[in-house]
Design a protein around this ligand. Structure first.
Ligand code: ATP
Ligand code: LTN
Length: 346
């Protein structure tokens, strides 16, 4: 192309937006860990990036699920995405099992992922300790399906909580290995972590992460809990025996509550310490509960409206899957060509 034409094109063609991909498993009622560590941050990205968010129901069955419960949780997770403020006009929202390319690419990538790499994954170690009676192959290869999710869309960034960073790093390793054999196949993604500290811990054991599948209801605050429940759970949160609101490693319970309060109010730790100087834990816990409940009330109201309109949720999932499938198919065809799978001739 002539130089002047190239320059002209550069001036008139807007730079394409970077692409984002992420997902949450429909394994239960979402917690404020999922909200603050993932979904809330997604809403802030929707204007500046091309965002694709998935409800990863295929990942969910790596742990036994009751089918009726899984079906309900899948729509609930989609409804939380919308209720938290993800605009379906700006984001592609879909359900993983609606796009077969995820499972198809995962198979190919399984053959480019090493046993040793998967054995080192902390989530696998944690989950196999927790579900010792069901250490299935899917639990082991879970990160490969996650790599397929991300690489199918040639995503640049993957906004996740810190606990998923290791999986995104493995995705990069798999993509680099594949690209070294078959150049220019995958975009190498980067993890996009929320600001430091946004790892929300269990309210009953602040050394553990808050997890939506925790059986102790007092350990988690659910996005859909009502105000009284939220305040009650914060009142019962485990803290230490002194009464000073200060951030520090030796005070994991209070530090966790400070992180939550900071996320909901935007105040930094120094401001929070000053605000509660001379006040006891009771006042502080009440303030955290109020701030959390106030922020979540509109999300809960919108969620209830959405859950009452199943047809609308289905229409969002359908449009999302159609768009996602179009992008995914292109990558999958490229991969199939490169590895030497013969084409199906109709
Ligand atoms: P499960 O209990 O089923 O393992 P989970 O609560 O750990 O589920 P995931 O579906 O694995 O949730 O995670 C969804 C998103 O929420 C991910 O981006 C993850 O990093 C983030 N996330 C989960 N728990 C926390 C937490 N406690 N703090 C910050 N981010 C979190
Ligand atoms: N493994 C993630 C969920 C997940 C995901 C993804 C996140 C599945 N596929 C792709 C980001 C990108 C989890 O357990 N939170």
């Amino acid at each position: 192309m002539k130089l002047w034409l190239k320059l002209m094109n550069q001036e008139t063609t807007p730079t394409p937006k970077k692409r984002i991909f992420s997902g949450v498993q429909p394994t239960g009622n979402l917690t404020i860990g999922n909200y603050l560590g993932a979904i809330k941050n997604w809403t802030a990205l929707q204007n500046d990036y091309e965002c694709i968010y998935c409800v990863v129901n295929q990942h969910a069955i790596t742990v036994r699920q009751d089918p009726a419960h899984l079906r309900r949780a899948t729509y609930e997770t989609l409804a939380v995405y919308l209720a938290a403020g993800l605009d379906p006009e700006k984001n592609t929202l879909f359900i993983q099992s609606h796009v077969p390319a995820h499972a198809e690419l995962a198979w190919v990538l399984n053959c480019y992922t090493m046993f040793g790499e998967l054995s080192r994954m902390t989530q696998f170690k944690d989950k196999s300790a927790k579900h010792a009676d069901n250490i299935n192959a899917g639990l082991f290869t879970y990160p490969v399906l996650m790599a397929a999710d991300i690489l199918l869309y040639q995503a640049n960034l993957v906004p996740v909580g810190i606990d998923q960073k290791q999986h995104v790093e493995l995705t990069r390793d798999i993509a680099n290995r594949f690209n070294a054999i078959f150049p220019d196949t995958f975009t190498i993604p980067e993890p996009y972590l929320p600001r430091t500290g946004t790892k929300i811990a269990s309210l009953q054991d602040p050394t553990k992460k808050m997890s939506k599948s925790d059986e102790n209801e007092n350990a988690t605050v659910r996005i859909l809990d009502d105000k009284d429940t939220i305040i009650r759970k914060f009142k019962r949160a485990v803290t230490d025996s002194d009464s000073v609101v200060r951030y520090g490693e030796e005070k994991p319970g209070i530090s966790n509550l400070m992180t939550i309060y900071s996320c909901f109010t935007g105040k930094d730790f120094a401001e929070i310490e000053k605000e509660f100087d001379g006040k006891g834990y009771g006042d502080f816990k009440m303030a955290v509960g109020e701030a959390c409940a106030d922020a979540l009330t509109p999300v809960r109201t919108r969620f209830q409206e959405l859950m009452a309109d199943k047809a609308y949720l289905e229409s969002i999932a359908k449009a999302g899957a159609e768009h996602a499938a179009y992008i995914a198919r292109k990558t999958l065809s490229k991969v199939y060509r490169k590895v030497g799978f013969v084409e199906f001739k109709a």
